[in-house]
Structures are given as structure tokens and as C-alpha cells.
Write a protein that binds this ligand. Sequence first.
Ligand SMILES: [Zn+2]
Ligand SMILES: [Zn+2]
Length: 165
Amino acid sequence: MLRVDLRDLRRGPVETTGHLAPDDPVFDGLELGLDGPVRVDGRLQATGDGEYFWRGTLHGEVELECRRCLRELHRPVDADVSVLFSDDPDAADDPSVYPLAPDAAYVDLGAAVREELALAVPAYVLCREACAGLCPRCGADLNAGPCGCASSDDSDRGSHGSPEA
Ligand SMILES: [Zn+2]
Ligand SMILES: [Zn+2]
């Protein structure tokens, strides 16, 4: 599904639909925390000599940690993909263009799927906007209520997380 034969593209647009397992080699080394297969939709079509435009969507789910309280979260990841593949060496400097070898027999969507999905995974998530986080002193989850440090901590208010010297 990720490799589309150029001979098929010469006949017209090609639907690109399928599922990629989280352990698909396309995602090697990314550590996205994928929590199931990634669904790929879209269509690829020739737009010029040696130029192919792919418009599609990626949908998956990732397992992340709340940055404040470290609770495990599952979040959907969706990406709209619009990328150009080109065998024009002059286009190789354009970061939005994926290069094709001049003698390529197919367009491989793998690199585009990999990059666009990685960009779509949020780097910073909170279980909720008002997450109270963990107490920097005792590590208790403050979402469950005050931990007891707070009351004895009035004297050094403002020095969050920095132990007294
Ligand atoms: Zn949280
Ligand atoms: Zn505490």
C-alpha cells in the first residue's frame, strides 16, 4: 500500500488506503508510543513530469504521559498530509518535497508517513488543563488532594521544587 507503482500512476490517481502496525519498519526508532495500527487514507496522483502529489490522512492512537502527574494517557493522533514527491534534483533542497530517484519504479510513501505522523504526536500533554501535578517534595499526586507538605511549606512559598539548602 505504501509503494505505488509509477505505471499505475500513469493511468490515473491511485487510492492509498491501509493499516500500518505499530511495529512496522516505517516507524523504526521513533518511539511514538503507538497504541494500535495507524490508518492511512488518501490518494496519490501524477501532477507533472516526475512529480506526484499525495493528499491523505493518518489516524492512530498513542500512549503518552501527563507532563505534570505522569498519568498514562491515550490520545488520538490525526494528521492531514499534503506532500509532493519529485525526481527533480533542483527540488531536493525544498524540505516539503520528498525526493524520488530518477529511475524510481514506484513512489514510497513510507518516509512521508513517518515524518508527518511524528510531527502530529504532541510533545507536551496534560491529563487536563488544571492538572495539579505531583508534589515536588513527596511526589504525591496533588489531583487526589493536598499531600500535607503544603501546610508546613508556608515559610518558603515560591521556591517550588527546590529543597532548602
Ligand atoms: Zn496530569
Ligand atoms: Zn507533598
